[in-house]
Each structure stands twice: as C-alpha cells, then as structure tokens.
Design a protein around this ligand. Structure first.
Ligand code: AMP
Ligand code: ZN
Length: 459
C-alpha cells in the first residue's frame, strides 16, 4: 500500500511518490511572529506534524517550517507597543515553539527565518528579472503575472476572469493589477536591507520561495499550509519558484488544511473570540487540545467549542484508563507496532477519525483481556500508537491525578464502570470485583440498581 494524499493542484487524492526514492522534502508556511499563535494557527502545525510522523516511518524526511519575521504586521506591532522589532519577533518565536511543543508538535528539521535569507531573496529576484518574469518600478520589484501562462493553476483561477472581476486598487507603477510585490522600498524607520533597487524589504511570497529553495531544493515533494494560503500566497510562490528555476516544478503535492471556527463563528479580533494557545494550555492539557484539533479530518472545517474539548478529554481518559495500572517496559513499547489498520488510516490522506477508531478498538480489546501477558502486549501496542500520533505521553496515574482529590475524573469512573459491566457480562466476576474494590479504595461507592449502575463519592 502506498501513502495517498489529497493534492490541491490536481484536486483529488493521489498516490504519493517522492521525487527521490526513500527521501521526502516538506515545507510548511509557519507563523508570522507578532503575537501568540491562536488555535487556528495551531491546526496546520499539529496536522502536518502528524503527517511528518507518518512520513518518517517510511522515509528520511527533511521538514522545513519557516518563521516570517519581517512583515508589515510586525512593523505595526512595533509602532503600537514601542518595542523594537527584534524583541517582538524573538519573544513570539520562543512562545510559538514552546506552545506548539505543549501540543506535541515535534521540532521541524529546519526552521528558517526570513531575515536570515535576505541574500537568497535578492538573488532570486535578480534571476526573476533576468528571466523576464519580474520588473522594477519606482523602487519596487514586481512579479509580472502575465509572463507566467500557468498562473492560476493551483487556485483554479483564470487570470482573465480575475482581471475582469478585479476591484484591486492599481498602484500606478504596476503593469497589471495582479502583479505582486517581490521587493518594496523602506523608509528609514522601517527594517530594510541594501539591494540593487535601493534600501528595502521583501514581499511575503518571495520569502517562502527563497527559503524553500535554499533548504529543500528547486523541486520539493510536499508544500503545506492553511486553505487561506492557496491564493494568493501559494499561487505566487509557485509562479516565482517555477520561473526562477527555469520551469522546474516547484511542489509535487500541495496540501491544505480546512479552517477552524469558534462556536460557528469566524475567529476574529473584532468579534473578540480569538483563542490563544498560550492561554488555553494554562488549563487544558496539550494532548486534549491536540486530539481536539485532530478530531475532524484535516481538510474539513473544524468548529471549536467547549464540547470539542470535553469530547477529546473523554477520549483520552478512555485511552489512559485502558493502560492504567499496567507496567509496560520501554523495550516492549519499542518492539511494538501500532495496528496496521491505524497506520493505513493515517496513510490514507491522514484519516484521523478512522485512526482514532482503530486506537479505541485496541483499548476495547485491552479492557476485555484477562491474561496479564496479553494485557501487557496490548498496552505496548497502545503506547506505540500513542507515540505515532502524539498521545499517551504522560503517566496514566498523573493523567488522572489532576481530577479531584481521589484522582478519578467522572470520565475515568465511567470508563471503569463500563469495563466492570463488560467483565460481568463475560462472567469475569473477579475482574468486576477488582474494579469495585479499586473505586472503593479511592472513596468512590458504586450502586447497582434497576436503572443501571450509579456512583458517588463517599463523604
Ligand atoms: P499566519 O501566521 O496568519 O500566516 O498563519 C499561520 C498558519 O495558520 C497558516 O498556515 C494559516 O493558513 C493558518 N490559519 C490561520 N487561521 C486559521 C484558522 N482559523 N483555521 C485553520 N488554519 C488557520
Ligand atoms: Zn509560505
């Protein structure tokens, strides 16, 4: 079985085949560092971290996730706060990495920063001018969209229709409304670098083209980002890189995650509903947030609410509840493999809902198993699955410890009661009694009645 991925350019799922056998290059557009990342920004970071983990099982992966540390929004933040730009970007780069780390996002192979690649950007812009794809006008350099017949191929836009429907204010120095900035002049108080076109700074799109080219080569396997980046950012990256590299294809597979909304509303400053990861992790465990972000398929929209988090919390309680109390040596986990069905689901365009269902199938099997060796084997499978997906990284007792003085959350108690019910149905009364005793020892009394089993904490 090969990995299949949904490629935005082809508009369908296709078998994934890297350019070089055994090696994969992947580029993800990373954050613009002028504020903390919100929960929507975390979606691509988490989704493509999972893809990186899945790819690493089969290939040597070089994964670049950039940092946009020169941008007009950063300049604006500096003006508003009176803080130097370098202080703002350093602070939010650290915060981004720390926050994503809490969500189980592993560091990429390289994390290139735009400000450290200005020479590469200038060189690429010079090549674009030499190749007839870009022109200089009044201290600006613009990409000549008309020179690139394929423009619109990624976002399925027709340039002529775009021009007809355009309401873009046309700057006088532009040849055509859709020509976009590669380089623009800076005033003395703005960040700037010397260039053949005077002191200035790069446009956003050229940053990614130059960094991808430097770290991953002319043709990369996978280019990823949020859906909002398809146009214009990725369309423009593709046009620039293709022209600068003499027609060599830029990205062989384009992957885009769907958008996250909050209580069915777009997240926005004006609505005051921007949820920062930095704040959320104060009260919610990282794995709960990670699972909530992976609970929908990555290309689908994801609506975020308290229920999304509650559901993720309950799911993790079930997983931790299943492995709790089973001592699994590290060597056994290293030898264990996640179930083939779980891996197959992830390799099928990252089908996380299916993968989680397969995860729970193992948990159910484990809850039913009685033989200690079999229970240990299944627990090792659980941990191996957790390592692949970024879950079960905590000690199960510690996981439940935060929930009430006795260390049992209501969800954990419900899970144990379900397990006890299953044991009784299997006539495994010693297991059923062991669960009752375990809860009793924690001061939780269970009562069987005609309506089912209820529980309460004894005073
Ligand atoms: P930015 O820092 O705004 O460039 O965004 C960083 C990443 O987050 C990009 O890949 C965006 O596509 C993605 N992104 C921003 N908002 C959302 C959202 N509400 N849902 C999903 N992804 C988002
Ligand atoms: Zn980018």
């Amino acid at each position: 079985m090969t990995i299949t991925l949904h490629d935005t350019r082809r508009g369908r799922k296709v078998p994934f085949e890297p350019l070089k056998p055994g090696e994969v290059t992947m580029y993800l557009c990373g954050p613009t560092v002028y504020n903390y990342a919100h929960i929507g920004n975390a979606r691509p970071a988490v989704v493509f971290d999972l893809l990186a983990r899945v790819l690493r099982r089969r290939y040597t992966l070089t994964f670049a996730r950039n940092i946009t540390d020169v941008d007009d929004k950063i300049n604006q933040a500096s003006i508003e706060t009176g803080k130097p730009i370098a202080e703002i970007t350093a602070r939010f780069i650290d915060a981004y990495n720390a926050d994503m780390g809490v969500l189980g996002v592993e560091p990429p192979s390289v994390e290139p920063r735009a400000t450290e690649h200005i020479a590469e950007m200038i060189a690429m812009i010079e090549t674009l001018i030499d190749n007839g794809c870009a022109y200089e006008a009044e201290g600006h350099v613009l990409f000549d969209v008309g020179s690139h017949p394929d423009y619109g191929a990624l976002s399925k836009r027709n340039l002529r229709e775009m021009i007809a429907g355009s309401r873009v204010e046309v700057a006088p120095y532009k040849k055509a409304a859709h020509d976009f900035v590669l380089w623009k002049p800076s005033t003395p108080e703005l960040p700037g670098w010397d260039s053949p076109w005077g002191r200035g700074r790069p446009g956003w799109h050229i940053e990614c083209s130059a960094m991808a080219g430097k770290h991953l080569g002319e043709t990369i396997d996978i280019h990823a980002g949020g859906q909002d980046l398809v146009f214009p950012h990725h369309e423009n990256e593709m046009a620039q890189s293709t022209c600068a590299h003499g027609g060599a294809p830029f990205a062989r597979y384009w992957l885009h995650n769907g958008f996250l909304s909050i209580n069915h509303e777009k997240m926005s400053k004006s609505l005051g509903n921007v949820l920062l990861v930095h704040d959320l992790i104060e009260t919610v465990p990282g794995e709960v947030i990670r699972l909530a972000l992976l609970s929908a398929h990555y290309r689908q929209p994801l609506d975020w609410s308290d229920e999304t988090l509650d559901a993720a919390r309950r799911m993790l309680d079930r997983l931790y509840g299943a492995v709790r109390g089973i001592d699994v040596p590290r060597a056994a986990i290293e030898k264990a493999e996640p179930p083939a069905t779980l891996v197959a689901a992830l390799e099928d365009d990252l089908n996380t809902p299916k993968a989680m269902a397969e995860f729970f199938a193992v948990a159910r099997e484990l809850n039913k198993a009685k033989d200690p060796a079999e229970r240990q084997r299944l627990a090792a499978v659980m941990y191996a699955s957790g390592e692949l997906m970024g879950f079960l990284g905590e000690d199960p007792d510690a996981w439940f410890a935060g929930d009430g003085a006795d260390g049992y959350s209501p969800e954990a108690i419900e899970t144990l009661l379900e397990e006890r019910q299953a044991a009784r149905a299997d006539r495994d009364f010693s297991r059923a009694d062991a669960i009752r005793d375990e809860l009793a020892a924690a001061g939780i009394v269970i009562e069987d009645g005609p309506e089912g089993t209820s529980w309460r904490r004894s005073a």
